[in-house]
Design a protein around this ligand. Structure first.
Ligand SMILES: [Zn+2]
Ligand SMILES: [Zn+2]
Length: 323
């Protein structure tokens, strides 16, 4: 259940089933150790992000660091947007086996959880968007200013610490049955280690110095991971609170232009909720959507097929009419 307007043509592929009252089937909960690890992986990069600005004025930032950080941000970021989101969650294109595995690994490098967990949460978000059962609605506590302030925090980061988890077997059985993805899911700790250490290795070898390794680790591992965390979470918090709503959706999703570059096109979130399986979110002229460009390139290479590009009639039917 994903669209504003009831339509038989929406949601083929692995969309979630219609919402039911409580997502309590096969309840999954987080253990204490997992909670602590989560706090470490969110907290330490965030402290690094806070420290980043003063460090930048000092000794610790060179163009090597910027290049490595940008490349890592683009790989992990598009792993999330092209892979975890538009392919695995919404089935907006079919991927060759090699591309599927590469996208699952690239998205895991963003350290936002293993692919099946991420997809289950996101499908549940679409099934209940901004209503009871949505894992991260900023409107959870109500509409007053204090309630919204609390809700924004919840939608941005708080929900990650919720002990009650989305049952994966209910929301992502298709991915759980995929043996390639099972392997990538199991390799998650290894991919996390690689994602954190690889920039340091490149930085060290590139400058042949320990300092090069250290600054690359700081910028291209800690700062990069934290920035991408906050950009992804901003889609859940900011893009469900403010932004333009030119399309009909039964939630509060909005298009937020100033997040388009950093979010790689994901902040055209109102269109996304209006037409969730569409491979392109920034459908208007000038709406940057690098994720759609990457999918387009994969299609040209023959790795992505059956891409669900925007269909004018569908889009028109979803537009808010001001009659
Ligand atoms: Zn949303
Ligand atoms: Zn989505």
């Amino acid at each position: 259940m994903t669209t504003a307007t009831p339509s038989a043509e929406t949601a083929p592929g692995p969309e979630p089933t219609a919402p039911d009252a409580t997502p309590s089937v096969a309840r999954e909960t987080k253990r204490g150790g997992e909670q602590a690890a989560l706090a470490l992986f969110i907290g330490i990069p965030f402290l690094a992000l806070l420290a980043a600005v003063p460090v930048a004025w000092g000794w610790g930032l060179g163009w090597h660091d910027i290049v490595i950080a940008l490349v890592m941000y683009a790989i992990a970021g598009h792993g999330i947007t092209v892979g975890f989101h538009r392919h695995f969650t919404h089935g907006s294109f079919k991927a060759s086996r090699g591309l599927k595995v590469a996208l699952a690994v690239a998205g895991s490098m963003a350290i936002q959880g293993p692919v099946v967990r991420w997809v289950a949460d996101h499908r549940r978000h679409h099934a209940f968007s901004d209503r009871d059962g949505d894992p991260h609605s900023p409107w959870r506590y109500g509409e007053t200013i204090p309630a919204l302030a609390k809700g924004l925090w919840w939608a941005h980061t708080g929900w990650l610490f919720d002990v009650e988890q989305t049952p994966r077997s209910k929301y992502a059985p298709d991915l759980m049955a995929d043996t390639d993805l099972q392997k990538v899911d199991r390799a998650f700790p290894l991919i996390v280690a690689g994602s954190m250490l690889f920039p340091a290795l490149v930085g060290g070898l590139w400058s042949m110095s320990w300092q090069g390794a250290l600054t690359a680790f700081f910028w291209a591992s800690l700062v990069r991971v934290s920035l991408l965390h906050h950009v992804t979470w901003s889609i859940n918090s900011i893009c469900h609170t403010i932004g333009e709503r030119p399309f009909k959706s039964r939630d509060r999703s909005g298009n937020v232009w100033w997040l388009a570059v950093l979010s790689m096109g994901e902040s055209w979130h109102n269109l996304h909720h209006a037409d969730p399986t569409c491979a392109r979110h920034g459908i208007e002229k000038g709406q940057l959507d690098s994720t759609a460009r990457v999918i387009w390139a994969f299609e040209k290479l023959g790795w992505a097929t059956d891409v669900r590009w925007p269909v004018a009639k569908r889009i028109a039917a979803r537009r808010v009419t001001t009659a």
